[in-house]
Design a protein around this ligand. Structure first.
Ligand code: NAD
Length: 256
């Protein structure tokens, strides 16, 4: 019987306090990994919660804070084996009504922050001659367009472009870089988007939820575990021959 065992592995997960990131943290712990969860909603720079879990404050929208945070992590825990970039945000507005400040905020977290963190950890892995995994939580919005999500879609397209280039450049160092593209996942972010999207479209959040479900061939939206399971696979030896991929986890909603 094959099971995924990540004991002796250290994984860093950004956005680990809520939603998909929280699901990944929990599954990695169950698989034996030591997990360093990073989130803007943690207060402490480095708090050991239990032997397998450390919580760290990070504002990924600020390159100076990423630098500070990386230095703390490297000093306390050394170079990690796995980096999962899951911190993310979204704003909703039609492009012609949207604000530059919202665009910049979304990019600072979803794209620039992810780039700065990926670049720093990749460099540390290369310098330490450490094989590694970098897993980016992108989105279907990185492959398609969705109404009232111009900034978000553009920011996730950027993630997929970076994933492909990093995969090529880091392959010789045995650092595998892949992205996961979830469809519709039940998280606090999705609930907020349904309320904001409902105001724009004159619909209730419940009506948007029903519309969401009707678009998925498997007949339901995703739970965070559906996404975490695929991230675990990408962190494991079972995916040793995969790099530069953008894997859909959508219940069949999209197929390209
Ligand atoms: P969520 O809001 O539940 O979780 C996002 C987490 O990121 C939160 O814990 C938040 O505090 C953290 N975060 C936000 N800004 C931060 C910052 N500046 N620095 C550090 N941490 C910060 O949302 P979620 O739905 O779980 O989303 C997680 C990821 O999955 C995001 O990248 C999102 O774009 C992506 N995604 C979500 C869905 C979905 O349907 N929920 C679909 C596709 C992709």
């Amino acid at each position: 019987m094959i099971s995924i065992d990540l004991s002796n592995q250290t994984a860093v997960v950004t956005g680990g306090k809520s939603g998909i990131g929280k699901g990944i943290v929990e599954l990695f712990i169950q698989s034996g990994a030591k997990v360093i969860s990073a989130d803007i909603s943690y207060d402490d720079p480095y708090r050991v919660v239990q032997p397998q879990l450390v919580e760290t404050h990070l504002d990924i929208s600020r390159p100076d804070d990423i630098d500070r945070w990386c230095n703390v992590l490297l000093n306390e825990a050394g170079v990690p084996d796995i980096l999962v970039n899951c911190a993310g945000t979204s704003t909703m507005d039609y492009v012609i009504d949207s604000k530059l400040a919202d665009w910049e905020k979304v990019f600072s977290i979803n794209s620039t922050g992810l780039y700065v963190a990926s670049k720093r950890f990749a460099k540390e892995m290369v310098d330490a001659h450490k094989p590694g995994r970098i897993i980016q939580i992108a989105s279907q919005a990185g492959k398609n367009g969705y109404r009232a999500m111009g900034g978000y879609c553009a920011s996730k397209h950027a993630v997929l472009g970076l994933t492909k280039v990093m995969a090529i450049e880091l392959a010789a160092h045995n650092i595998l870089v892949n992205a996961v593209c979830p469809g519709i996942v039940e998280t606090p972010m999705k609930q907020r988007e349904r309320i904001e999207g409902g105001i724009i479209r004159g619909m209730t959040a419940q009506e948007i939820y029903e519309e969401d479900c009707s678009q998925v061939p498997l007949g339901r939206t995703a739970e965070v575990e559906d996404i975490a399971n695929v991230v675990l696979f990408l962190a494991s030896p079972l995916s040793a021959y995969m790099t530069g991929q953008a894997i859909n986890v959508t219940g069949g909603m999209t197929m390209h």
